[in-house]
Design a protein. Sequence first.
Length: 484
Amino acid sequence: MIERMRLRVLHTNDIHSHFEQMPRIASVLRRLRGEAGEERTLTLDIGDHIDRMRPETEGTAGRTNIAVLNASGYDAVTLGNNEGLCYTEEVLAELYGRQAGFATVICNLPAAATGALPPWAVPYHIVCKGGVRIGLIGVTACFPEFYNLLGWDVRDPFEAVPPLVRQLRPQVDVLIVMSHLGLRSDERMAAEVPGIDLILGGHTHHLLEEPLRIGGTLVCATGKFGQYVGVVDLEWDAAEHRLVRAEASVQAVAAEPEDEEIRSLISRYGLRAAAELDREVARLPVEMPCDWYGESPLGNLLAGGLRRWMGAEIGLVNAGQLLGGLPQGPVSAGMLLQRCPSPINPCRMKLTGAQLLRALEESLLPEFMDKPMYGFGFRGKVLGTLCVDGLTVQYDPEGADYAKIRAVDVGGKPLEAERQYVVGTIDMFTFRVGFTSLGEGTEPRFFLPEFLRDVLLRELRDEASLHHSFSRRWRLIGESPQLT
């Protein structure tokens, strides 16, 4: 009788640069490999390992993340939107072409100029572990309006994956899709694309403590922020040419001891990152306070910067994008990252006066200001009120909800309900989160690869913009036009 061949697949997803978890993750991976045998274990990451809100990542342009993946023994990764949309092709080529010691597998992200994948990526990867031939297909979420601006021609996953499944199925014993698409897409792929043994998922931060079994496919995921490592144990019967066992679970990492090698590695890279982020990028003649629940100079400065960056009539941004004010004197790159960490891009759109008025009214209500959020690029705590530029608002805080505003002027003229205004704002609002009417904007145009902190930095260096940020936009009747 031919012995059944065993394979263990370990997987993580959506760690988002939570470096405090990575030494424990590495410890779990080492223990689980030891149990199954190194030659019988495959270790995969399903994307969004990187998040540019963390100083260890931002201060080393992602090199800390790649170094940790290398040292933790990953065999292959796919890209999430936090890798693909937050870095230029040049940075990705450095990270995944020159720094990475693993395969980068992604089938639906060819370059627009050539129609081919970059040289550092492959659409699929075949690896042999313990006598079992495993085929890997990597795929990432499709955001064409964003990827196109960075030079990518991102493809529909349901057009890119099925031909590869048909191509690889005769060549391999086990076929795995590394899917940074989200749970609903994973369920659909399992139901519609025959021949896939295992879908390892991510993107929507879903935790599957028990796998989903859809047809002949096992669907797995480990949640977010490195809280769990996924474990899939497989048995392949060579005589029958089929999988005879497939079991999946997740293991919490919180109680695991730290891997000292990984902890030390992160510490060394952290020192490099701190030195880079300590460089002075601006010098302020005055303190720039911030307020999530009211008007502030730093919020006004960012709104004005968005308006000027995109040549718009009006600038709008939620105050929660800023996590604190800036002191008088030198401003470092690290201070700017700390105050404005979200990987959110500028966006220009058209909004009617009526849509603007509704958003302005909502921004005066506690249920909007206090709304907690995560995702869509947002890395703050609460939504906060609206910071504005290019308009002035007269309001009565004691008025009824949705009737607090008495007048809005745009460029010295009353706001017209039916007129369309060109607004400089943020891409987050196009996902219909936050203030409801801002998601109804038309003709959106996105600006990549710039983040909000790039816009803010330009304004911090502009003396006229700094001075203008102390002029009130939100005014009670009889209130001074200057902020104090």
